[in-house]
Every structure is written in structure tokens, then in C-alpha cells.
Design a protein around this ligand. Structure first.
Ligand code: SF4
Ligand code: SF4
Length: 247
């Protein structure tokens, strides 16, 4: 059987049942080459109580996207384990409640496109039927929408869509490669949040901007605020957009 993509809507039945009883249990967590988003890294580094720098060094591999010049992160390749995810165990995922968005979506693929009439993002889904995955044809008794709700994927899609918009902006304003220093700004502000926080709090990164102290305190108060500021910072630093100061 070749891999197949079957477009589905949110109201379609999800003819899929993933279970530890399936003979393929954990196979989808091996032979990985999945891109990790900034929000994935944020959730995982907190789940394992590491700083972003420690997490990135221990678990991830960074390379530069061909054509975009943007940093792309994956789990560190480990041929000794057949490129298994570092968090897979015999009983399943050891960071299940903080697993990446792509793990939550599998075996669904999701694409977004702006609706020309409303200007809002519209979502499109397809089932990817891969040879190794034996969950197809199972009767989960759920619609696609219900299945997605069970994966608790909404926060991930919301945060990841902001990065897609940032990449789209980059492609409009700066097609082609970023230089190394620009790539580092992108990487630090989005992936290496604890280092970004140190640059703000201890190295005066924002001092020349004369931002209200209360605003800066809110920016560094939690990782999600910091990530959202990181997105605004990249737009400002690399793409010449005014720094949006939000309450
Ligand atoms: S994070 Fe968890 S669900 Fe995702 S590949 Fe690793 S073990 Fe599997
Ligand atoms: S390969 Fe498919 S059915 Fe098997 S554990 Fe992974 S997602 Fe579930």
C-alpha cells in the first residue's frame, strides 16, 4: 500500500483508532524527521524541567531551511535507536500532555488558507494513510472535530499559526536566505526563550527602546508572553515592522 491522502471535513467520521493494542504501537514515534515549532519546544522544555538552552542542546538538531534561511529544528537524529523519539517508552509517550502539535495531529494533516471574503483563516484537513500505521479502518465512533478535541490541539494550532504568518511575512519582505546574525535573532527570540529572557533582563536588549517597565515585566512574566513578544521582536528587527506593544 502506498501512502495516501484523503481530504476530510470536521464533520466526517474519523475512521481511525489508535490504541496500545495495535501491533504498530509506538511505530509512529520512530524514524522521525519532524519539524519542531517554537511552541512545541516551549511546552517540552517545561515538561522536562530544562532551560531552553539545555533542552535545545540535549534533544534537538538545528539546520537552515533551504530557500528560506530560517532555522529548522528536529529531534536530534539517533541512528542507534532507529531515530526513535527521545521521549518514547515501551508504555508510550513520556511527555504525552506536552507532546508536539504534529504528534497530536497525526494521522491528520492540516493546512490553513485565508478566506478572501472574510480575511479569516480557513482550515483544511486530510488523513495521511501510511503503511506502518494500522489504526485505519478502526471505528473510533468520533467525527474529525471530536477526535481533534480529544487531542487537545487547539492551543498548538493557534500558536503555530502565528509562526506560519511570520514565515509568510518573511517570504514577502525578505525572500531568500537570512544572514547568520539574522537567523540567530530568529532562533533566540522564538526557540531559546530563556536566553532571550536573559538578554532582556540582564543584557539590556530593550534598553534603547524606552519601553514602559510594566510592559517589559509582563513580557518576561511567562514563556508564552515571551514567545509572543519574540514574534513581534523578529518582525521589528528583521522585517522593519513597528514593535506592537500590547496590554
Ligand atoms: S513526543 Fe511523544 S508522541 Fe511525539 S514522537 Fe515523541 S514519544 Fe511519540
Ligand atoms: S502507528 Fe498509527 S495506530 Fe499505531 S500507534 Fe501510531 S498513530 Fe497509533
Amino acid at each position: 500500500m502506498n501512502d495516501e491522502m484523503l481530504p476530510v471535513t470536521l464533520d466526517d467520521p474519523m475512521q481511525f483508532n489508535c490504541s496500545p493494542d495495535n501491533p504498530c504501537f509506538n511505530q509512529c514515534c520512530r524514524d522521525l524527521n519532524q519539524a519542531l515549532t517554537p511552541y512545541d519546544v516551549l511546552r517540552m522544555k517545561n515538561a522536562v524541567n530544562l532551560t531552553s538552552g539545555q533542552f535545545l542542546q540535549k534533544y534537538t538538531s538545528r539546520h537552515t531551511g533551504p530557500g528560506s534561511g530560517l532555522p529548522v529544528l528536529t529531534f536530534k537524529p539517533n541512528p542507534a535507536t532507529g531515530h526513535a523519539c527521545p521521549f518514547v517508552t515501551d508504555s508510550g509517550c513520556s511527555i504525552y500532555s506536552d507532546r508536539p502539535g504534529s504528534c497530536r495531529m497525526y494521522p491528520l494533516a492540516r493546512a490553513i488558507a485565508k478566506d478572501r471574503r472574510t480575511g479569516e483563516n480557513a482550515e483544511y484537513f486530510a488523513l495521511i494513510e501510511e503503511e506502518h500505521c494500522k489504526g485505519f479502518g478502526g471505528r473510533g465512533g468520533k467525527t474529525v472535530a471530536q477526535w481533534l478535541k480529544g487531542q487537545d490541539v487547539v492551543d498548538y494550532n493557534t500558536e503555530n499559526d502565528k509562526i506560519l504568518e511570520l514565515i509568510s511575512l518573511k517570504n514577502q519582505i525578505r525572500p531568500g536566505n537570512l544572514d547568520g546574525a539574522e537567523e540567530d535573532i530568529f532562533y533566540t527570540a522564538l526557540y531559546d526563550l530563556d536566553n532571550f529572557k536573559i538578554q532582556i533582563q540582564e543584557k539590556g536588549l530593550l534598553d534603547s527602546l524606552d519601553l514602559p517597565a510594566e510592559y517589559v515585566e509582563n513580557v518576561v512574566a511567562d514563556d508564552l508572553s515571551l514567545l509572543n513578544f519574540g514574534i513581534a521582536w523578529v518582525k521589528y528587527q528583521l522585517f522593519g515592522k513597528a514593535l506592537q506593544i500590547q496590554d
